[in-house]
Design a protein around this ligand. Structure first.
Ligand code: FAD
Ligand code: MLT
Ligand code: ZN
Length: 536
């Protein structure tokens, strides 16, 4: 058992720093709450405003055909009754028209949920010929307004394509339909001793195809790398209905352009991903999670460097959170005890995973002991079992929901050089305070909080608001993007461009790059039917 040893050793470590400094003793993460699940809050809130009303400068493209009876008859000719949802007196298709943040609301009157790749192909061929705009949709957990229509686009959900196709236990290569829910894919792999090489808070709803379409990063990119590395092949239905079969399972293949890469992160703009072939690593046998308190962002960076060097191959996640993010989460989880009674300026969640528990425990103990001796870590808890481990993770994974649930959230997901990572949160707070937008009601902003994947140089700045408010948006955009650009960062580290950042890509990509992206879009989708008003 790690618990006794750690408490003993770190009590010693704390004493080394001076008598009476018992707050520094690393404790076991006892008496934590049961697991909390991340959910959609659709029923609890007033309906969001229509995107077209909130952003009146975006006009419906008149080249797109408005859906007519003959189009519906065509869909009915190839789909069964339960593959088509139509808006009527009782059904407004809210689940498909509204995004997870409840920031964007489209006006689609029809959702198609085909059960086969061939049907998707027939639908796209028809829509392309008729110039009917289509929004590909997975689990609808995207965070940039890319997954929902802006006007009356047809929603094409891949949720009915949800079969595991094949798994090779020797190579670890999984082939599955795009609509398989990420958590289901991971549970399937767990039975075979493997793990999906991506994990994120929305795993219970998002799809394998959706995460590939977004090139999602998630909580363990530090260990498993980007999907650009682990995805080996894709099956994609192109806007003209052609089915691109590129479901390869080779780790090495240097014959021609690597076509699948174009679709990874293309956010539904050049094709609908219907199948994914992905290399999965063996599932670690031992996991440890520790939740640590530190006094400054400087110390977060020092602990990161130390963790990389000393935990080395067993380090699988390194996440940081500021105190304000934890205040929001405490408010959301009213009554659930936080790992620490006191507040500290910053928190770090470190996950280790490996094949030998004793070895990992020993490494982690040594690391924590020395981090406390150095005075970098001022308090900490270590999970003692699976439940505690999950509960420690919840204080990190529930920040998105906690930021959104009091009315809304403006989200910025940026890559920055590590030394500048937190300065964006400070700059945003200063700007919102100067503009008198931040504070108690009736001021619109509740908190501007920072957290993220330090290991990947990825900061999440969440500005929690009482309701969506144009003044707040104007204070933040393009201010945030200018800040990021001035530090040579990226305005999207992992959530993508979607509707939110369509007009801001120039802060990260140069004109030549933007032209090439536009040319590719036109090449694949000359009629622009796929996911219009987004991305580029
Ligand atoms: P959707 O939201 O339905 O769609 C997202 C985009 O992809 C849209 O543009 C859509 O048109 C397109 N798309 C979807 N499916 C397909 C398809 N089959 N073919 C072509 N295009 C398609 N992201 C991270 O990177 N890291 C995180 O840690 C992370 N954590 C999250 C935590 C929470 C609580 C939430 C709500 C979101 C989080 N995200 C994170 C955002 C992330 O982008 C999504 O969760 C996920 O990648 C989207 O998958 P989805 O199936 O829900 O896709
Ligand atoms: C996260 O890291 O929690 C995700 O990217 C989602 C978010 O920031 O909202
Ligand atoms: Zn993230």
């Amino acid at each position: 058992m790690i618990r006794g040893i750690i408490v003993k050793q770190l009590t010693k470590a704390a004493r080394l720093r001076g008598p009476g400094n018992v707050a520094g003793v690393l404790r076991a993460a006892a008496a934590l709450a049961p697991q909390i699940t991340i959910k959609h809050n659709y029923s609890s809130k007033a309906q969001p405003k229509l995107t077209s009303e909130l952003y009146p400068s975006v006009k419906r493209n008149p080249n797109y055909k408005k859906l007519a009876n003959e189009d519906i008859q065509f869909f009915q000719s190839i789909l069964t009754e339960n593959e088509i949802l139509q808006a009527n007196d009782k059904e407004d298709l809210a689940f498909y028209n509204e995004d997870w943040m409840r920031k964007y609301r489209g006006q689609s009157k029809i959702v198609l949920k085909p059960k086969s790749v061939e049907k998707i192909s027939q639908i796209l061929k028809y829509c392309n010929e008729q110039k009917i705009a289509v929004v590909p949709q997975g689990g609808n957990t995207g965070l940039v307004g890319g997954s929902v229509p802006v006007f009356d686009e047809v929603v094409l959900s891949v949720s009915n394509l949800n079969e595991i196709r094949n798994f090779d236990p020797v190579s670890g290569i999984l082939k599955c339909d795009a609509g398989v829910i990420l958590e289901n894919a991971d549970n399937f792999l767990a039975e075979h001793g493997y793990i999906f090489p991506l994990d994120l808070g929305a795993k219970g709803s998002c799809h394998v195809g959706g995460v590939v379409a977004c090139n999602a990063g998630g909580l363990r990119l530090l260990r498993y790398g980007s999907l650009h590395g682990s995805v080996l092949g894709l099956e994609v239905v192109l806007p003209n209905g052609d089915i691109l079969n590129s479901m390869h399972s080779l780790r090495k293949d240097n014959t021609g352009y690597d076509l699948k890469q174009l679709f990874i992160g293309s956010e539904g703009t050049i094709g609908i991903i219907t199948g994914v072939s992905i290399l999965t690593p063996p599932r670690p046998k031992a996991f440890n999670v520790s939740f640590l308190a530190v006094n400054s962002y400087e110390d977060v960076q020092k602990v990161f460097v130390k963790a990389k060097k000393e935990l080395l191959e067993i380090l699988s996640a390194f996440e940081f959170m500021d105190d304000k993010s934890q205040q929001l989460t405490k408010h959301h989880l009213a009554g659930v005890p936080h790992p620490f009674e006191e507040s500290y300026p910053f928190y770090i969640l470190i996950e280790t995973s490996g094949s030998n528990k004793d070895h990992d425990d020993e490494k982690l103990e040594k690391f924590l002991e020395s981090a406390m001796e150095d005075g970098l870590v001022v308090d900490g808890v270590v999970a003692q079992d699976e439940t505690e481990l999950r509960n420690l993770w919840q204080w990190r994974e529930l920040i998105p929901e906690s930021s959104q649930c009091q009315g809304g959230v403006y989200k910025y997901d940026v890559s920055l050089p590590l030394k500048h990572l937190y300065s964006l949160v400070e700059a945003a707070n200063a700007r919102l305070s100067e503009a008198a937008l931040l504070g108690d009601a009736p001021k619109p902003v509740i908190q501007a909080v920072g957290y993220g994947h330090v290991g990947d140089g990825n900061l999440h700045l969440n500005v929690a608001v009482r309701e969506y408010n144009k003044q707040v948006e104007k204070a933040l955009e393009p201010f945030v993007y200018e800040f990021v650009s001035s530090k040579n960062g990226s305005i999207s580290a992992e959530h993508g461009l979607g509707f939110q950042k369509k007009n801001y890509i120039g802060y990260t990509k140069n004109p030549q790059e933007i032209k090439m992206i536009k040319d590719l879009k036109t090449h694949f989708d000359p009629n622009g039917i796929l996911n219009p008003y987004k991305y580029i």
